[in-house]
Design a protein around this ligand. Structure first.
Ligand code: SF4
Length: 432
């Protein structure tokens, strides 16, 4: 949705480990969805939350088409359309917004958490949504908590919607009650089935209490304090992590839980911080790890040696490239990411093959040229690039699918590998 043109390109050296390879830093035209897209998975995760986008008809179309099948369910997202009257200053936008929120909350008493979500239009007209959320909270608290964040497409990419949403929740989290007891928080939206698997593994090794952010319901906000150690389940949560650190919580650096090895390393990082014995760790982890390794074997045969090129889109690209290289024998030629958070990706960069070109930001024309020159077996990219590349004969995988599909954890490792094997198998059948 963005077309921002500031051509400029330079390289900066990466620090530490295999990360001494230079990172290609680019800026120019980008091909990404905006942060509003995050509403699609966040509204499924927090089951009593409602997301009210304050935006244009374009924003409404984006959400509606991305949500697709959800139109028949009781919706938990909507768009308050800023129309010409509002833009011309004929109507007081704050009064209009108050009316829309009042109507919504009268009709939907099931809503306990309301997010006012900013967009490009609301930012352009400088509508102060944090202030509106504050004002409305005074009327509706304690029955409804009203927060705001920006999902606008100005200098952002679609997974930042989740980061902004979670960051807005952090100041609302209660303080931990027993500061002498260490507590673990897993941060990042995970499918419920994945969350349950992790909860069982942590319980199996005697590690607890474990909290998850976001919670499934707004009345179950996890506590936070100086005794909180947090693991990131997603690599795109820089603002949320910073907010948690401001509340005294400490980040546990780790690989991200993709694949058998990534998941093991992620769990191990927490186990080490919480002083879990090797025996207890092995007992809790071994059966699921073995299942994951068996499930990967089949796909290793199909994917080993295949060359892959990842365009910057979901911010999962670097952990994905590490998983595909180290556990399936693929060759990531380039792993692009919209933003490179060095501290959060330190372990990932160190585990990435030194032959992989890491790139940050995007100049889409230059990157397409590099991709065509490399002629990879498979390309991971956004929807806007996939069709043209398929038309040129390339095999593609939509990066947004990796966000909508449960891919974290041992029991999803095979499913994650299959997401890459399937398009290659389909292409080979077409060619027969
Ligand atoms: S927030 Fe901006 S980029 Fe996103 S749909 Fe609305 S106008 Fe388009």
């Amino acid at each position: 949705m963005n077309a921002i043109d500031h051509p400029e390109r330079d390289t900066i050296p990466a620090a530490g480990g295999c990360s001494d390879v230079p990172v290609l830093k680019e800026s120019g035209q980008r091909e990404v969805f905006c942060g509003l897209t995050g509403i699609i998975w966040m509204h499924r995760k927090i089951q009593d939350a409602f997301f009210l986008v304050v935006g244009s008809r374009t924003c409404a179309h984006l959400i509606q088409s991305a949500a697709g099948v959800m139109i028949f369910a009781e919706p938990r997202f909507a768009t308050a359309i800023i129309d010409e009257r509002d833009l011309a200053g004929l109507a007081d936008m704050n009064d209009e917004l108050d009316k829309v929120v009042t109507r919504l909350l009268e009709r939907r008493p099931d809503i306990k958490l309301l997010f006012l979500v900013g967009s490009c239009p609301s930012e352009v007209i400088k509508l102060d949504l944090p202030r509106a959320a504050n004002r409305l909270s005074k009327t509706y608290s304690p029955d409804v908590r009203i927060l705001s964040y920006s999902g606008s497409g100005i200098e952002t990419t679609f997974t930042q919607g989740e980061d902004a949403c979670l960051a807005s929740l952090v100041p609302e989290l209660p303080a931990t009650s027993d500061t002498a007891r260490q507590e673990l928080m897993v941060v990042g939206a995970l499918a419920d089935v994945v969350e349950d698997q992790f909860q069982r593994i942590f319980a199996g090794m005697g590690l607890g209490p474990v909290h998850f952010l976001p919670p499934r319901r707004s009345d179950a906000l996890p506590p936070v304090g100086p005794n909180t150690k947090f693991l990131l389940a997603q690599p795109f949560l820089a603002d949320t992590a910073r907010e948690l650190e401001e509340r005294g919580a400490k980040h546990i650096p780790a690989l991200f839980p993709l694949g058998a090895k990534g998941t093991e390393a992620w769990l191990r990082a927490a186990a080490d911080v919480f002083g879990i014995s090797d025996d207890a760790f092995e007992t809790a982890v071994a059966p699921a790890r073995e299942r994951a390794e068996i499930s990967l074997e089949r796909y290793r045969a199909q994917l080993n040696g295949k060359r892959i090129f990842l365009f910057p889109d979901s911010q999962l690209e670097i952990p994905l490239a590490r998983f595909l290289a180290n556990e399936l024998g693929m060759h990531p030629i380039e792993a692009g990411t919209p933003y490179l958070h060095r501290a959060h990706l330190e372990h990932e960069l160190a585990a990435l093959p030194s032959t992989t070109q890491v790139s940050e930001g995007q100049h889409v024309e230059n990157q397409l040229d590099r991709c065509r020159d490399a002629n990879p077996d498979i390309v991971v990219c956004g929807l806007g690039l996939a069709n043209p590349l398929e038309a040129e004969g390339m095999t593609t995988k939509w990066s947004i699918e990796l966000i909508f599909t449960p891919i974290q954890g041992f029991d999803q490792a095979g499913d994650l590998a299959e997401l890459f094997a399937r398009p290659l198998v389909r292409r080979s059948r077409l060619e027969v």
